[in-house]
Design a protein around this ligand. Structure first.
Ligand code: NAP
Length: 474
């Protein structure tokens, strides 16, 4: 059999991409835009729907952010890309299958787990991860059956000061009528309509200046109808460590957050308003409950010290206080989940890599033909747009590594082998035509109900609807 240059018109490079969120699409875009590279890409997702956290993570009242999918739709329309939805690596297909069918694999499966607090009481009823809540209100099939007892909660504690904490707080406090026209899950909207939540207490382990949320996110909460942001008087002015940091190394966003929070009232102005109460330098140390349900959070007051780089870090003091709460959400970050056959760094919860080239283990040798992008590469940080340069950088390495590579000529039927293999295994996969038909259905159902789209939240129901929409077309 003839040997041909890999990535040439005679022998296109064949790439499997695992995941279909932003980092996956930016990787595909980078491959398609590489000059003189002929390639074909098969994208796999365990869900029958694409777009990862844009669909299942970005809050429904942030439709402008969700509109980034228009960029991905253009990439998906390229005939060099195929989508295999409802196919899970490690369950339906294995690494050996990918090795047998593709030259390269790009992992873009994100971080689907969450970090915990590691404190007593975390398993009490009423204690949830933000990941579950976010997935639930976004109609993510993994979380459709979760129960959040908002009808019996007046105060909710949210632990963490990132943008996920902002999303959770905003969705809890926003007038449900404003959420109704979005793509929020119908079940979630109903529960939010019956919510008795009056106050969200946001616990940040460091100071106001070190809050990880974007200034416009906290400012948006303060602008919500009938909502006040309250900042404890003790946290309005920066402590000496933060003041030094703000004067020297802090990013502009830290200055803006500190300035904004310093101007918020320290006591409620309107007794009838719902409240986001920010408490800084505060770490939960124990969750107490009655009858198995959380009722109180024991909090330790922290002080800040500067580490070797001058970055303010928290340190517990002897001071403690308690906050009564009927629900607790942990919004302290996502974490990767291992996939069978894919290297995993237990410590960081990512695929070990050297600038996107996958290593066999942390610090170990680079595995040829394996690449990683997005949160699976660098951990759960950054906004959607940060994934574009990140994916481009990994793909640039993939292209560099291709120099001079050759491969055996493919048989004509090779390109079609994956659908046949999936069918042989009885895997109910869906493709881009299925998704496009279903996407249209979600939108028209939404239009009928006066909302952006109506999501089904059950995988079997989504696949069945796709099949029905395509008729005997498949
Ligand atoms: P994040 O930005 O990393 O924030 C995590 C927060 O949890 C930080 O305040 C962190 O404090 C705190 N934390 C971590 N461990 C803790 C512990 N043991 N006890 C108390 N607090 C703890 O993560 P995220 O909010 O999950 O967001 C993930 C990424 O998605 C971020 O880049 C975020 O900007 C992005 N995102 C963006 C949007 C948007 O643009 N609208 C929406 C959602 C998410 P320290 O700073 O002290 O570590």
């Amino acid at each position: 059999m003839a040997t041909l240059a890999l990535g040439s018109a005679e022998r296109p490079l064949r790439v499997a991409v695992i995941g279909s969120g932003p980092s996956a699409f930016y990787a595909v875009e980078a491959l398609f835009k590489t000059a003189n590279l002929a390639c074909r890409v098969d994208m796999f997702d365990r869900l029958p729907t694409p777009y990862g956290l844009v669909r299942g993570g970005v809050a429904p009242d942030h439709q402008k952010i969700k509109s980034v999918v228009k960029v991905y739709e253009k990439i998906a329309a390229d005939s060099r890309l195929r989508f295999f939805g409802n196919v899970m690596l490690g369950r339906d297909i294995q690494m050996e299958d990918l090795d047998a069918h593709y030259d390269h694999v790009v992992f873009a499966h994100g971080n689907e787990g969450e970090r915990g607090l590691g404190i007593p009481g975390e398993d009490l009823a009423g204690v949830h991860s933000a990941t579950e809540f976010v997935g639930w209100y976004n109609g993510h099939p993994d979380f459709a059956d979760r129960v959040f007892d908002l009808a019996n909660a007046e105060r909710v504690v949210v632990v963490g000061n990132g943008n996920v904490a902002m999303d959770v707080t905003r969705v809890l406090l926003r007038d449900p009528d404003e959420l109704a026209p979005t793509d929020i899950s119908e079940a979630a909207l109903e529960v939010l309509r019956a919510s008795k939540v009056r106050e969200v207490v946001l616990l940040g382990r460091r100071g106001a200046a070190q809050a990880a949320f974007s200034p416009k996110e906290i400012e948006e909460i303060a602008k919500l109808k009938g909502v006040e942001v309250i900042v404890a008087a003790a946290d309005q002015q920066p402590d000496p460590v933060s003041a030094a940091w703000l004067a020297d190394a802090a990013p502009r966003s830290a200055q803006r957050n500190a300035e904004f929070l310093a101007e918020c009232p320290s006591e409620p102005v309107d007794a009838t308003a719902r409240r986001a109460s920010c408490v800084f330098r505060a770490s939960p140390v124990e969750l107490h409950g009655e009858g198995g349900r959380v009722t109180r959070v024991r909090v330790q007051r922290n002080e800040l010290y500067a580490d070797a780089d001058g970055t303010p870090r928290p340190r517990g003091t002897d001071e403690h206080f308690e906050v009564e709460a009927q629900l607790v959400f942990k919004a302290v970050g996502y974490r990767g989940v291992p996939i069978p056959g894919v290297p995993f760094c237990e410590n960081r919860g990512v695929v070990p890599n050297q600038e996107g080239r996958v290593r066999e283990a942390p610090g170990g040798a680079v595995l040829p033909g394996r690449y990683v992008v997005g949160w699976a590469k660098r951990g759960p940080t950054g906004l959607i747009g940060n994934n574009s340069p990140d994916s481009k950088a990994t793909i640039a390495h993939l292209v560099e590594d291709l120099a001079g590579a050759t491969a055996a000529e493919l048989a004509a039927e090779d390109a079609e082998r994956m659908p046949a293999l999936l069918r042989e295994r009885g895997i109910d996969f869906v493709d881009l035509d299925d998704w496009n038909a279903y996407d249209g259905w979600e939108r028209s159902e939404g239009e009928r109900l006066g909302k952006v789209r109506r999501k089904l939240t059950d995988i079997a129901a989504i696949v069945a609807t796709m099949k029905e929409l395509r008729g005997g077309d498949r």
